[in-house]
Design a protein around this ligand. Sequence first.
Ligand SMILES: Cc1cc2nc3c(=O)[nH]c(=O)nc-3n(C[C@H](O)[C@H](O)[C@H](O)COP(=O)(O)OP(=O)(O)OC[C@H]3O[C@@H](n4cnc5c(N)ncnc54)[C@H](O)[C@@H]3O)c2cc1C
Length: 483
Amino acid sequence: MSINSEIPTGLPALEARLRQDLAWLELPAKRWVVERTQNGKPLLDVAIIGGGMAGMAAAAALKLIGIPAVIFDRAPEGFEGPWVTTARMETLRSPKQLTGPALGLPALTFRAWFEAQFGLAQWEALDKIPRPQWMDYLRWYRRVLSLDIRNECEVLRVTPRADQLVELEISSSKGCEIVLARRLVLATGRDGLGGPYVPDIAKILPRDLWAHSSDPFDYNCLKGKRVGVVGAGASAMDSAATALEAGAFSVDMLIRRDDLPRINKGKGAGNAGMVHGFMSLPENWKWRIRHYLGTQQVPPPRGSTLRVSKFENARFNLGCTLLGAEARDKGVEVRTTVGTFELDFLIFSTGFMIDWWRRPEYAAIAPNVLAWGDRLCTQDEPGGQEMIDSPDLGSAFEFREKSPGQCPGLDRIHCFCYPAALSHGTVSGDIPAISDGAKRLAQGIAAHFYREDIDEHFARMQRYDEPELLGDEWTPAEPRKIN
Ligand SMILES: Cc1cc2nc3c(=O)[nH]c(=O)nc-3n(C[C@H](O)[C@H](O)[C@H](O)COP(=O)(O)OP(=O)(O)OC[C@H]3O[C@@H](n4cnc5c(N)ncnc54)[C@H](O)[C@@H]3O)c2cc1C
């Protein structure tokens, strides 16, 4: 059977091949982690918050090495992450060839999934991956790996305990329940330890005059309106284009920089050395690289920029720093360094920030997490707030305590979301290196479990009594006479 053919072979054939590949590789490995109970109830080995791409890749990588994981996500099934909820780009930025969460299994790649349904010619004709199609692929990924994802389960509270367990309070249609896990992974996304960043001027405006680009928001209500979009990144272009396509009277892009960034330095720096070597770099190099990438900024994709500029009523106002904004009888007056704009609505496409206080589920751990800013005050380059607030993680993405002994069990919580980037590089969110990050996480967790349970593993070793030789394979030689 050839998957790589002009004639699509269909998903059942691909799934058969995946099963065969896994069988040839003897995967998934058998469970080996010691089963623990609490008051007669089995404990979860690993709980994961977040069933987006990162949470699923983490669960899959754990499963392949014999560690069961349960994922909790507040989103309905098939609607995890931004792809078909708040994202507004037509296609992914990431090149179609990236193997994403496939964990080294060819039959698990987006390409295999696509070709199985549409054939090689269509794959070659495809430019970028349409956004909703990426979500379809992730839905298939979940199904074909039989991942244990509990949707519409919101984690309200996370409490590390002195008995080395992590307690989760989970709300679902069944009510509130307490779940205990030996380890917890936070795969909570780009805003995973905070939320959207908005400048202070937004905070004094009535909420019906503005939105953040990541808000669920019906752009059809912008028909006929004068819209301002603050920012010039990918999401700014997507917001502007969506507003224009919805019939906005005009869109003014308010761009602080004198020019748009043109080069994606992070993409240029992506190679196996960066993926595997970043984590063990001296901390001043980590800081320097992340600071450089942060100041260079990522350009918006060309396609997204053209999607905006093809509208005559779109204006790119460069060198336009916001000075203030006031609500008026009709809309909002925005003062900037290039003049005043009379607008009906503002969209802040200003990214995300780490802000523990916006995440009540982390109230018990927030004050205790060691951040880069707690240790590194003497860097040559000051770094932005996001770097200062980034958690300073261990080699398995585990949090570390600000004051040792203050929050026992904190190191049982693993941060597998974007804010891990300063410690580990970009392996815990974006498509390019998500499999590498997931494997690092899974292997790190495996090592922790093995060390923790070493008494039991040693006892198992001693109890193990399956003979390989039965004693009938040889005959001892007659004792030799010694002269
Ligand atoms: C608009 C937009 C476009 C992007 N485009 C690209 C792209 O083209 N290429 C690329 O590589 N990356 C892109 N990214 C980055 C993107 O977020 C990630 O690649 C991808 O979504 C990361 O997956 P994730 O699992 O880390 O996070 P997410 O997909 O965001 O998943 C996190 C999940 O955690 C759940 N969750 C959070 N808190 C809780 C809680 N307390 N209880 C229960 N569930 C919870 C959420 O419901 C969510 O489903 C884009 C991001 C955005 C915002």
